[in-house]
Design a binder for this molecule. Sequence first.
Ligand code: HEC
Length: 144
Amino acid sequence: MKKQINTRKKISFSTVITTCLIAGAFTLLYSFTPVPQGPAWTAPSSADNDKNPIAAEAGSIEAGKDVYKKKCFDCHGKKGKGDGPKSAELDKAPKDFTKADFQKQTDGALNWKISEGKKPMPAFKHELSKDQRWQVINYIRTLK
Ligand code: HEC
């Protein structure tokens, strides 16, 4: 009788260990699974006519970098790869700003997206001035 209880104890202990290992493996797997990207987001073609009035020179790029650090970095990450500290909480990943298929969009299209937003990406038309939006675009152009 005594022996049987001991055996039972052993089994349940190893079961606990196995369960922990399996749970751990899944947690690890999940943390390495990248957040999927949503369907392609396209700005209306009329936005392409909106030309950037602010020259992409050192001053405006610096100002844009400042905006980026405060308002965009959390999700889009230091280099615009979509890997900011908050990105893991998002239900879809932002596009990688360093890629050619992102950079081929016009400044007007980017301005439209930044202004309007698309959940979970916030709209910035009230939060940032027009100039700040063009400046942050000048900065994003340096990330390619
Ligand atoms: C809360 C997280 C978050 C913040 C903050 C944020 N974004 Fe985004 N952004 C996203 C997500 C998520 C997407 C993808 C949305 C989609 O495709 O549906 C996105 C998409 C974009 C796109 C369009 C990418 C494409 O598909 O062409 C641009 C441009 C952009 N963000 C710029 C910015 C700028 C500039 C800022 C700061 C002023 C900013 N974002 C702040 C999460 C964020």
